[in-house]
Structures are given as C-alpha cells and as structure tokens.
Design a protein. Structure first.
Length: 204
C-alpha cells in the first residue's frame, strides 16, 4: 500500500506540469563552470522573488495558461511557506496560509489548521535544531503548487525521549498546496518517514 501511495504521489507530481490543458515551461539553473548561472527558460525565473530572506527554488515549472500575475503570486506563496519550514519563523507561515487552512493528510497528534505546521516545526526543531528545507522542485499548475522538498540537519536534540548524537538527517517530502484567492487554503503532503526514523535511530 505504501509503495502504491508513493508511486501515485510521484506520478501526480510529474503530471502536474501538464494540468489545466496548458503548456508548461520549465526553468533550471545551471552553473556554466565559471561561477555564472543561466536559465533554460527566462519566463518562470522572472516569477521568483529574489529577496535574500526567502528560499529559492532549485528548479521551477509553470503552466503557461496561468496569468503571469497569478503565477507570480503562487510562486511567492510557495517561497514564503517553505521559508517557514526552512527557518521556523511563523511570520512566513502567516503570510502564506489562510486562517481557514486545512491539512488533508493530518498526522496523528498534530492540530488541524495553521497551528499544525507551527506545532510540527517546533517539535521537529527540538530534535533537529539546524533543520533546513530545500525547495528542490516547484511546479505551478492552475490553482495548485506541487513541491519536492529535501530536509537536512543533524539530530542533536531529543525525539521521543531519545537524545541525538549528531546523526545526519536528509530526507524527501512531496507537498501539494491548493491556493485560494490570496493564500493557501489546504494541502496534501507525504514525507519519507521511514528514512527519517532510520536516520534518527528510533522505531517508526
């Protein structure tokens, strides 16, 4: 069942670029060997907010059928949301999600609504104080954002009574965010918890 869920999730992420009947444009940043970077398609890159405090997507794909202003809005919301996961600073979450936000894949023990991510972030950072979130892939299609994330850090805190010994943490997650008029209203997410538990050295 787990493998089928992962396959379906991966397929959904791949198919997202073709949703809404539009043509998707992908932009990937590459190093040319001289410390300079170039984009394979300029339009999606122009949608990214280059503010130094925000997480920058490593690769971006945008459905060309979306109005450019709306596309830029969705990219910005994604950057704010994943900057929250990268820093733990609630102001970024508040800027990204609606007060009526709903987690459609709510883990056991996590509160529903916007307090859920805050609860999860604080608990995670108790175990991994230097937790960082990389926005590896960002797909913007219609009113949905699909993101492939990589979380990294070191288990130097505590988790379920277990004291970390500095173990490396490096695992993936997939998010799908549904954007309303001005903020994210609901999401679906799946994390590679099996890898995480093994890295922490605890039973899942």
């Amino acid at each position: 069942m787990r493998s089928r869920t992962l396959v379906r999730t991966a397929a959904l992420a791949t198919a997202a670029a073709c949703l809404a009947g539009g043509t998707a444009a992908a932009a990937h940043t590459h190093d040319n060997g001289h410390g300079h970077h170039h984009a394979s398609h300029a339009w999606p890159q122009r949608l990214i907010d280059r503010s130094s405090d925000l997480v920058q997507p490593q690769a971006i794909t945008v459905d060309h059928s979306i109005d450019q202003q709306r596309a830029a809005q969705e990219v910005h919301l994604a950057q704010q949301l994943y900057t929250f996961w990268n820093t733990g600073r609630q102001k970024y979450l508040d800027a990204a999600v609606s007060p009526q936000f709903k987690d459609n894949t709510l883990p056991i023990g996590r509160p529903q609504g916007p307090t859920g991510p805050v609860f999860a972030s604080k608990n995670f950072r108790t175990a991994v104080p230097d937790l960082a979130c990389e926005l590896s892939d960002l797909l913007v299609t219609g009113d949905k954002i699909t993101a492939r994330l990589v979380f990294r850090g070191h288990f130097t805190g505590t988790f379920h009574g277990v004291q970390g010994k500095g173990q490396n943490v490096d695992f993936n997650a997939i998010d799908i965010q549904h954007v309303g008029t001005d903020k994210i209203g609901e999401d679906w997410h799946i994390e590679d918890n099996q890898t995480l538990m093994a890295q922490l050295g605890v039973n899942g």
